[in-house]
Ligand binder design. Structure first.
Ligand code: GRF
Length: 326
């Protein structure tokens, strides 16, 4: 139940705890103040008393929770929550709420349909769709594609968490059980586990991505080649990061420790990162940014990998921000 709430409200565990505490204290405060107020009227505990009590606490409750939410740092959540409940109660924004719920259901269907091997217990949120209320209309939606642990994905998510311009709206992964799926779950970001046959057939997952309004695609350790249909539908809107100085040490099979082993075997004195547009060949599109680091005497693939990964974490999120805003 807590998992569901966390995902629904797009909050972290600790925030959910504060929200629940706010609900509890706000509720008790409402009851207490309501009884005190009615006590002032000197009324008997009859039907009228209880009718009035319900009216009073209905009016008091929003104020009480908003008040309590301030010291707990949950004011932004409760303002949105109460506006939404209020909208439903007065029926004013009911149409909008229904529209959003419809949108949600359509999205779930779109994503849910495409999942080949769902739910081994770890990937519970794979068919979640972002709560439209949590995104402003001007949020640029970015999908991160990853196949592995997802340390870059995590850095990118963190970087855009408080952005008013862009959000990581979807994690796309081709590997059941990959670390990046747990990150998506923890961060309450929807994820899509893709099927190889569908990915490379016809339009692949283009419709699903478009239906989620994904505008940019960022590859962060995604090991499949990007099919031409996706490239055509996202012209100059897909980038990749490679842990070496392309055009050296790139291409099929050049990933992870293979790259760093190749750098060391070649006797290179420097390595680094390359961020580039994605075309139909592995690690081939136009370079956007390269940042170098030295290869040191006594380096092992692991030592070099760490140095390069630190550069990725530092530069990729910032570059993405510039790139989407250009
Ligand atoms: C990174 O080294 C990236 O350059 C490469 O794949 C790796 C992904 O690492 N394309 P992580 O999963 O983000 O830790």
């Amino acid at each position: 139940m807590f998992d569901k709430l966390q995902a629904k409200w797009k909050v972290k565990g600790w925030q959910l705890a504060l929200i629940l505490v706010t609900f509890a204290i706000g509720g008790s405060l409402t009851g207490w103040v309501g009884r005190k107020l009615l006590g002032l009227t000197g009324m008997e505990h009859g039907v009228l008393y209880y009718v009035l009590y319900v009216i009073v606490i209905t009016l008091l409750w929003p104020m009480a929770v908003i008040l309590v939410s301030i010291p707990f740092g949950q004011y932004p959540f409760f303002i949105k929550y109460i506006k939404r409940i209020g909208g439903r109660m007065v029926g004013k924004s009911h149409a909008r709420v229904v529209e959003e719920e419809k949108e949600l259901a359509v999205g779930q269907l779109a994503v849910g349909n495409q999942q080949p091997s769902m739910d081994d217990g770890q990937n519970k949120n794979q068919s979640q769709i972002p709560d439209p209320q949590s995104l402003t209309p001007n949020h640029t939606k970015i999908a991160v594609f990853a196949s592995g642990g997802g340390s870059n994905a995590q850095k990118i998510i963190d970087y855009f968490k408080n952005s008013s311009r862009a959000t990581i709206a979807l994690i796309v992964c081709n590997k059941p059980g990959a670390g990046v799926l747990s990150i998506a779950q923890q961060e309450a970001i929807p994820s899509l586990l893709i099927d190889k046959e569908k990915f490379f057939r016809g339009n692949g997952y283009v419709d699903e991505l478009k239906s989620l309004d994904i505008e940019f695609i960022v590859l962060a350790g995604f090991l499949w080649k990007i099919p031409i249909a996706l490239i055509k539908n996202y012209p100059n809107k897909i980038i990749n990061i490679h842990p070496a100085l392309l055009p050296k040490h790139g291409g099929k099979g050049m990933y992870g420790h293979f790259v760093h082993e190749a750098v060391l075997a070649a006797g290179d004195t420097e390595s680094g990162i390359s961020i580039h547009y994605v075309d139909e060949q592995y690690d081939h599109g136009r370079t956007i940014l390269q940042v170098t680091c030295p290869v040191l005497a006594g380096d092992t693939p692991d030592l070099l990998a760490k140095r390069v990964l630190a550069l990725e974490h530092e530069h990729y999120p910032k570059l993405i921000e510039k790139w989407i805003g250009r």
